[in-house]
Design a protein around this ligand. Structure first.
Ligand code: SAM
Length: 262
């Protein structure tokens, strides 16, 4: 088959290290009848070993040439190729019990992670290769320098475990950054939920917009409506010191007071 020239605009860094491919597939642990979706199959580094274990796989690929290549390589009853931008894919059309995997295009990692949150109800788990720095932020705990909006928003919906690092040499062309693999498992139905998700999003975004300032100042417009003692949050707290549960309680109180709209 013709050589494929890696396209930078699609974040194409292809995995070429078989040991790394094996480790990722072992971490995913695919079983025949599962409903798996791979984002960005590229030149099939993960697709091929996944298909060895699965009856059927759905892939989402934006690059027309790569999508065409995949359609030629595998029969449609084994590989369903969705050609297009994953950010526009409605995962509710792909069924229930989804296992989502991928060596993701790093240029869209945050929007993609947020896009997937809305489908978390139908997801069993997600295994992603991402820039290590992004994974460090996803799994960061309060009072660490990596704790951020991404940490709070994702930890409110998933349990996340960083599995292992992957060096640039494992790819062709090598990216400029170290990568890592993360496992994301949606939290159970009885998890704490914000009264209004949009209100929670607004409160977290505004809190972290000035992460070094005291919340009392960062949230100045709303601060009058906050019962700090009732929420068990010191008046001198900064965003990076609040737990995910405290952010939800804070957002719920501001929503209930009508200060933040849902
Ligand atoms: N899975 C392959 C591997 O491990 O070698 C390729 C990984 S490469 C980092 C990312 C892949 O995602 C590329 O195939 C790229 O064309 C595809 N891609 C980039 N942006 C995308 C988007 N918005 N929607 C779907 N696929 C995308």
């Amino acid at each position: 088959m013709a050589q494929h020239q890696a396209r930078k605009r699609f974040g194409q860094n292809f995995l070429v290290d078989e040991g790394v491919v094996e480790s990722i597939v072992r971490a995913i642990n695919p079983a025949a009848s599962q409903n798996m979706v791979e984002i960005g199959p590229g030149l099939s580094a993960l697709t091929q070993p996944l298909l060895q274990a699965l009856d059927r796989l759905t892939v989402i690929e934006i690059d027309r040439d790569l999508a065409e290549r995949l359609r030629r390589q595998y029969p449609p009853e084994r590989l369903a190729v969705v050609e297009g931008d994953v950010l526009k894919v409605d995962f509710s059309k792909l069924g229930e019990g989804l296992r989502v995997v991928g060596n993701l295009p790093y240029n869209i990692s945050s929007p993609l992670l947020f896009h997937l949150v809305q489908f978390a109800d139908r997801v069993i788990d997600q295994h992603f290769m991402l820039q290590r720095e992004v994974i460090d932020r996803m799994v960061a705990k309060p009072s660490s320098s990596d704790y951020s909006r991404l940490s709070v928003m994702l930890q409110s919906r998933y349990r996340m475990v960083k599995l292992f690092d992957v060096p640039p040499e494992a790819f062709d062309p090598p990216p400029r950054v170290v990568s890592a693999v993360v496992r994301m498992t949606p939290l159970p139905e009885d998890r704490q939920k914000p009264a209004s998700f949009p209100a929670f999003e607004q409160v977290v975004a505004k809190s972290f917009a000035q992460r070094r300032k005291m919340l009392r100042r960062g949230l100045a417009d709303w601060a009058g409506a906050i019962d700090w003692a009732g929420l068990g949050i010191p008046e001198t707290a900064r965003a990076e010191e609040l737990s995910v549960a405290q952010f939800m309680n804070l957002a719920d109180s501001l929503y209930a007071a009508g200060v933040v709209k849902g």
